[in-house]
Write a protein that binds this ligand. Sequence first.
Ligand code: SAH
Ligand code: SF4
Ligand code: F3S
Length: 444
Amino acid sequence: MTQTKPQPKKLYIKTYGCQMNVYDSERMSEALGGTGYEEVSSPDEADMILLNTCHIREKAAEKVYSELGRFKGLKAENPNLKIGVAGCVAQAEGEEIMRRQPLVDLVVGPQAYHRLPEMEARLSNGAKVLDTDMPEEDKFEQLKARPKAKRGPTAFLTVQEGCDKFCAFCVVPYTRGAEASRPVARVLDEARDLVERGVREITLLGQNVNAYHGAGPDGEYSLARLIWALNEIDGLERIRFTTSHPNDMSDDLIEAHGQCEKLMPYLHLPVQSGSDRILKRMNRSHTRDSYLRLIERIRAARPDILISGDFIVGFPEESDQDFADTMDLIRQVGYGQAFSFKYSTRPGTPAAERKEQVPSDVADARLYELQALITQQQRARQDAMVGQTVGVLFEKPGRLPGQMVGKSDHLHAVHVSDCDAQPGDLRQVTIVDSGANSLSGVLI
Ligand code: SAH
Ligand code: SF4
Ligand code: F3S
C-alpha cells in the first residue's frame, strides 16, 4: 500500500500596523509551517485565520471585531476552521475578545508567538487558547530556525522590541512590553541565513531600534556596532533600520551614517511636534532645538541623507501657535518623507486623561495643511534626484514589458525601461524623470 502525504492545512494571515507586525507574521507562518500549515492568500479556503492586529490609533479594536464578524459564514461552512487574533489588540484586549466574539478560538499576544505550535495542538483538540503573557524567555530564541526557502531581495529583521519611553499618547509600551534586545550572534546568524536565501537588503526593526544594546561575543553592542558587524557579511549589500528615537541617536550611529558603506542614506526620526510646550506634555523628553541640532549633526556626517518623520496634530492643548511651530520645524528640516496623524485618544495612556482636547475639525484642518507641506517637500526632494546617479536594488518587473522596479539608496521607487537587471541586482541608474510617487531612470 502506498502512503499518501497528508494534505497541508491552510493558513491565512492578515497583517495590520507596523513593520514589526509584518516580520512577526512571517515568523508565525514559519512556526505553523512546522505543524503542517501552508500560507494561502484568501480566507475562503483557510483552516486557520490569524488577524495580526495594531492598536495604535482609535477604532483599532472596532475594526478587528467587524473583520471577525465577516468570518461567520466561513465558520458555518467549515466548523473546523480556527480563528485567531494576534498582535497589539490581542495584547490589549485579551479575554474580552473571546467574550465579545465567540467565533474566536485563539488570542495570542506578541510575546507568545514561539508557543504557537503547542497552542495549535490544543486548538486541534477543540480547546480555546488565550496567551497574552509577557514571559522572561526570549520568543525569538524559541522560534524555530527559518526554513531555507528562497526569498525576495529585501527583508525585515527584528533586533529590538518594546519601549520604555512612555510617550503620553502611545499604547506601544503597554502592548509590546519593556525594551529588550536580541543577542548579536542570533541577529548575525539570521542575517547570514537571509543572505544565503537571496536577500540583499536588510532593514533592522525595533520600536526604538537605536536603543539596541545586545549582548555580543566581546561585550555589549550598540546599534552602530551591530551595523558594522553586518557590514562584514558578503552578499549583503544594504542595511537600513527603523524606527529611531531622537534621544537614542548616539555619536557612533551618526558616525556610521558617514562611514559605513552599506548603511543607506535614509533616517526615519520621528519628532511628533515642533512645539516645546507640546513635546513636554507628550513626555517626549527632547526639545525642538535638540532635535534640530541633531539633524544638523546627522547631515554634517552624511549630507545627502533623506530624513523622514512622524507627526501628530491635535494633541490635547495644541494651540494655533504650537501648530505653527510644528510647521516651522518642518520647513527648517525639509523632510523627504513623513507620516502624519490626527491625535487619537488611547484608553489607558496618560494623555487620555487630559480634558483640553482639540476640536476634531480644527485637528482635521491642521492635518490637511501639514500634509500639503510634507507632500510639497517630498516632491521637491524627489525632483532633486533628476540628473543624479544612484544605486538601485531591483525587486520585481514593472507593469510595462521590459520594465523593472527597484528602490534607490534613498528609498525612492525607481522604474527602469528596457532593463536587463534581475530581481536582487544592485545597479547604478541615472535618474531622468520624477513622477507623482516614483522616479524613472536608465541603467548606466
Ligand atoms: N516607536 C516609534 C513608532 C511608534 S507608533 C516612534 O517612537 O517613533 C508610530 C507613530 O504613530 C508614532 O510615531 C506617532 O506619530 C503615531 N501615533 C502613536 N500613537 C498615536 C496616537 N495616540 N494618536 C495619533 N498618532 C499616534
Ligand atoms: Fe510610542 Fe513613544 Fe515608545 Fe515610540 S517612543 S513606541 S511613540 S512610547
Ligand atoms: Fe501597531 Fe503594535 Fe506596531 S500598536 S504600530 S502593531 S507595535
